[in-house]
Design a protein around this ligand. Sequence first.
Ligand code: HEC
Length: 308
Amino acid sequence: MRAMNVQHHFGGLALCAAMTIWIVAVTAQQPPPPAQPPSNQSAGGPGNASPAAAAAPAAPARRAAIPAAASSIAAKPETYYGQYVTVYATVEKLLSPTAFTLDQDKSKSTGQEVIVLAPRLHEPLEANTYVTVIGEVVKSDAAEIAKVAKASAAGLPAAILAQHSGRAVIFATSVVRADFNDLARFIPPPMSPEEVVLDKAMKAVGGANGALRKGVDASNAELVKTNTAILAKAFQETEAFWAKRGVAEAVKVAQVARAAVDGIDKAAAAGNWNDAKTHNTTLGQQCASCHGSFRERLEDGSFAVKKK
Ligand code: HEC
């Protein structure tokens, strides 16, 4: 009897100690408060609410996200539609590989969940873990979701949507885990060696084209010559790229662009600035023509060769 009592006593102590450790561990694990979402949007520091200051110049503009509780959004979704929000809450249930529900309370389901639809999730999320979600609140209506999220509306099948009708959906641009990993971030696909060459050529074209225009407008033969040299080389590389891909139409546009560059060069050398301007117009049309058919803008604002 006595031995059992002692054992019981020790057992109680051990349990007590374990509980304490558990409580400390849970407290220590609490990620930072929602006022400072661990995202690249807060690069300007706490209190800097200006998204424009933090945004890269090429990236599409993002609106400021207001901090909100999942329970508040769930209770009054209509006041949040169209708003950008930052929500710090628990993953409750996974609905599809890119959709899940958020609940404010980790320990119990409050029945006030909000649906999150991400454009992608690089790793599967675990239920009952904290995440910071940043995104736009939209109605749980297929047409509304398709408006903001053309590519990922498929991530939330109609049947699941129907089950959750009337709930708010956050179309997430970021889903940040406690380890600061943004599982929804856009990662541009890797470029092939040929694409790297084209990318470099086009960056050179962009700068040289602007300078060339100034040279033509100012009848500055020296400035024209420097930049037609850069453009001629770059369009040669551009032509080689498309020849290798077997895209005859793009090869032709690159050739016309290069001929226009030659025309500008010769006209400028002869002091015939009206001719130079005419060729410059032809050149500009080739940029627009090729970009319209063969270039695409990626989600992060960068450019790439359009996929077939
Ligand atoms: C024959 C096709 C073609 C022609 C002609 C062409 N481009 Fe491009 N350009 C592309 C493609 C494809 C891309 C996307 C590839 C990339 O940027 O990696 C691109 C990208 C660019 C970029 C973005 C570069 C970057 O990644 O930051 C600029 C700037 C650019 N082009 C300027 C021009 C200008 C100015 C002209 C005309 C003077 C021109 N291009 C003519 C095909 C063309």
